[in-house]
Every structure is written in structure tokens, then in C-alpha cells.
Design a binder for this molecule. Structure first.
Ligand code: HAM
Length: 412
């Protein structure tokens, strides 16, 4: 026998029994986005590698280790998108969206790719739902986007979720703090992990995210950025907190919160779920006031987030039962095929879920099949006999004219 294939490492198939819950999530997200005026955007699944190097940052894990990068036949370096914010900002600049009424409010969903070590909740191809509000520095924009994700989590009924927020301040104000943090790290470098040591100069904030025991001890004494914000950043953060309270969105403040992408400024946030083990972040994001300019656009403040579709579904950990169809049409012999096909087609056009036997089963086999697929009704067509409609739950059967089937089922 020929060798069988498996889905590549870190990828997965979504089977029909899992698709219903996923569809419910996408539907809820679409509704929630629509109610706040966020409109869909689709960008390509791959982009120029340089976009992510410049946008996400050369010192991040994503760019250093996790990108699926390849050369096309013209020798250009392309990368399967590891995240959606840099591509959306690229599109904003490319299409001159700064000329539109601001902010431009965008929502997206789709596949993303990171070459990470696979484990529960961490895949090499995964899906995100996300939202970006580009062109406003108001704390109201921060709170609007945070509320979108909080509403989505609530509407889906995801249990055990907590929102953590922090602020990274503006780029200029952060510079002085980073010097202080670097000298703290340098003074205790022998206790730090190699990875943190290597990045003291280029990305010292990541040390807060390390799970290396020695590093954790050093970070427990580290100065906090929240204590070093300048007055404008502090005021912005205070207002975000007040407005979250006004919107009845509960949160905790985490002075050590950092995120794995370089573009963040001011507000950052993370929704974590206690049902998920190590990969506990369901979704997160923040402000990225410098990114559009960094990608060649005008100075444009922005804020947004992305959530992991598979993590939300894992946290829900339930399958939605696929409802059976309305009607199965069973036929005694090939003579009734045309009649069955015509009737099925007509009823489907009326919105009814109708199935036919496509496997050449006997009448008995068809009835058994109708039961297995959970059809509510079966219509039997036999030559020289009246059509019979049977309700499967009650086993009640009656003679019907095929033209009355729609009416009969709707009445039941
Ligand atoms: P991120 O934190 O890298 O942010 O990813 C967002 C979410 O995607 C995570 O919270 C997680 O739920 C999910 N996720 C990330 N990596 C994986 C993986 N390997 N497997 C499964 N799920 C994963 C961003 O991507 C930013 N673009 C968010 C953003 C938008 N910031 C501002 N606007």
C-alpha cells in the first residue's frame, strides 16, 4: 500500500464537526465589528520580507527565528505573514488611506504563519481575528478596540478570561528608562539567560517575558516603565483606565507587561485565559503610534489587537452539534430519481435542508442512513404508491402530495 500523508508538523485540519463553533466565532466577530463601524480588509498571505523586518522589528523572536521566508523565481525575498498589523499599515500607506476620514477602522481574519515549537495552542499555521483603528491618538480609540475583543470573548462565553493592561510610554520617553533597565541587567548579567544577555542592548524589555529562573529573580528587582512615564503618557493611560471603567470592562494593571513585537507605544493589553496552560494569551495588542511613519507614511497614531482563533476555541472546548437536515428523500427504484431531484431542488430553493441518497442504497438502507444523519423527516417515493412523509422523532407517517411537503414540514 502506498505511504499515507499527514498534515505538516504544527498544522491541523478543521473537520466538519469542529467547523460549526468556528463559524459561530467568525459570525459573532463580524457582528461586533459591524456594530462599531469596523470594515473588513484582506491583505495577501505573503509580503516582502523587509516589511516584517522593519515593521515587527529585527530583535523580535518572530523576525529572528520564526518566519517562513522564501525566494520567489525572481530572487525576491518573501515571507508568509507572521502577523497582520504591518501588512495593514503597508496597505494604509500604499492606498493613501490617510486621505480618508480618520480613524480608518479595519477588521480582518485569516491564516498566519510562525515557525514555533508546536504545542497545544501554538501552531505553525494558525488563524487570527483582529481589528485596527488607524488615525486617532484618543484614549477613546484604545477603549473602543479593547471593548470589541472583550465583547467577543463575552459573547462566545469564553470562561476564565482576564484583561491585563500596561503602558510602554512614547518612544522618546521610553529611551531614558531603557538605559536604566539596561544598566540593571548588565550589573547582574551572570544571572541572566543567554538569550536575554544577547539582547540587553537591542531589546531589554523582553527580559520581563523570560521564564528562565535566574532572569526572573533579576526582573523582580527591575525598575518598571510605568513609574517612568512622562506626564502626557501618564495622562493618556489614566484616561484609558477611566474609560474602561465607564465601558464596564474589567481589567488589572500589569506593570511588567511586554509584548513580542517592537512597534508598541503607550497602551498595551493582553487577554489571558486560565484554562489554556502555557499558551494562555487569547488575544492582545496595543498602540503603535510610530509604525505608519516607519513604513513611509505620514505620522499616524494607531491602536489594535489580534486574537488567536484556535485558542478561543480551545478555551471553549466544546463541539457544537451539527443539526440534522429537514428532509431526506428516499426512493424505491431508479424511476423516481428525476422526481426526487426535482423536488429536492425546489425545496432547497425554499431554504430547506434536503438530502438525497447518492450511494444507491436499498430503501431499508436509505431509512437507516436518514436516521444516522439525523434528518427530521423522510419522504418515501415508491412507484404506484402515494408519497409518505415520516417524522423521525415520533415515527408518525402520513400520505402527502409532493407539492404539500414544504407546507407540512413547516407546520410541524
Ligand atoms: P500577537 O500577540 O503576536 O500579536 O498575536 C496575537 C494572538 O495570536 C495571540 O494572543 C495568540 O492568541 C495568537 N497566536 C500567536 N501566535 C500563535 C501561534 N503560533 N499559534 C496559535 N495562536 C497564536 C499580533 O500578532 C499583533 N499583530 C496584534 C496587534 C494588532 N497589535 C496591534 N494590532
Amino acid at each position: 500500500m502506498a505511504e499515507k500523508f499527514k498534515a505538516p508538523r504544527g498544522t491541523f485540519d478543521v473537520l466538519p464537526e469542529q467547523a460549526a463553533q468556528r463559524e459561530r466565532l467568525f459570525r459573532s466577530a463580524r457582528e461586533i465589528f459591524g456594530r462599531s463601524g469596523y470594515r473588513g480588509i484582506i491583505t495577501p498571505d505573503f509580503e516582502d520580507t523587509a516589511l516584517f523586518e522593519r515593521g515587527v522589528g529585527k530583535s523580535t523572536d518572530i523576525v529572528r527565528k520564526e518566519m517562513f521566508t522564501f525566494e520567489d523565481k525572481g530572487g525576491r525575498s518573501l515571507t508568509l505573514r507572521p502577523e497582520g498589523t504591518a501588512p495593514i499599515c503597508r496597505a494604509y500607506v500604499e492606498h493613501g488611506m490617510h486621505k480618508l476620514p480618520q480613524p480608518v477602522k479595519l477588521a480582518y481574519q485569516g491564516p498566519f504563519f510562525r515557525h514555533e515549537r508546536p504545542q497545544a495552542g501554538r501552531y505553525r499555521q494558525f488563524n487570527q481575528i483582529g481589528a485596527e483603528a488607524i488615525g486617532s491618538d484618543s484614549p477613546m480609540a484604545d477603549v473602543e478596540v479593547i471593548t470589541l475583543l472583550s465583547d467577543l470573548i463575552e459573547e462566545m462565553g469564553v470562561p476564565g478570561v482576564e484583561l491585563q493592561i500596561g503602558s510602554l510610554g512614547s518612544l522618546e520617553a521610553r529611551a531614558a528608562y531603557l538605559e536604566e533597565l539596561k544598566s540593571h541587567l548588565r550589573s547582574r548579567s551572570e544571572e541572566l539567560s543567554d538569550d536575554v544577555n544577547e539582547r540587553i542592548e537591542i531589546n531589554p524589555l523582553r527580559a520581563f517575558d523570560s521564564d528562565h529562573p535566574g532572569t526572573k529573580v533579576v526582573m523582580a528587582d527591575a525598575p518598571h516603565l510605568l513609574d517612568h512615564l512622562d506626564p502626557a503618557d501618564t495622562e493618556h493611560f489614566e484616561e484609558v483606565k477611566q474609560l474602561l471603567n465607564a465601558a464596564s470592562v474589567e481589567f488589572t494593571i500589569d506593570p511588567t507587561l511586554v509584548r513580542g513585537l517592537d512597534y508598541y507605544t503607550r497602551t498595551i493589553f493582553s487577554f489571558v485565559c486560565d484554562r489554556l496552560g502555557a499558551q494562555s494569551e487569547i488575544g492582545g495588542g496595543g498602540r503603535y503610534d510610530g509604525l505608519i511613519a516607519q513604513l513611509g507614511g505620514p505620522d499616524t497614531p494607531a491602536v489594535g489587537w489580534a486574537a488567536g482563533v484556535e485558542r478561543i476555541l480551545l478555551a471553549l472546548d466544546e463541539e457544537v452539534e451539527i443539526p440534522g437536515g429537514d428532509l431526506f428523500i428516499a426512493i424505491e427504484s431508479a424511476d423516481q430519481r428525476a422526481k426526487a431531484v426535482a423536488l429536492a431542488s425546489e425545496l432547497r430553493h425554499h431554504g430547506m435542508v434536503v438530502e438525497l441518497d447518492l450511494a444507491g442504497r436499498s430503501m431499508k438502507g436509505q431509512l437507516k442512513h436518514a436516521d444516522r444523519i439525523n434528518s427530521r423527516f423522510v419522504l418515501t417515493l415508491s412507484p404506484g404508491e402515494p408519497a409518505r412523509l415520516r417524522e423521525m422523532a415520533t415515527n408518525q407517517q402520513q400520505e402527502v402530495q409532493p407539492s404539500e411537503v414544504l407546507e407540512q414540514i413547516r407546520r410541524t
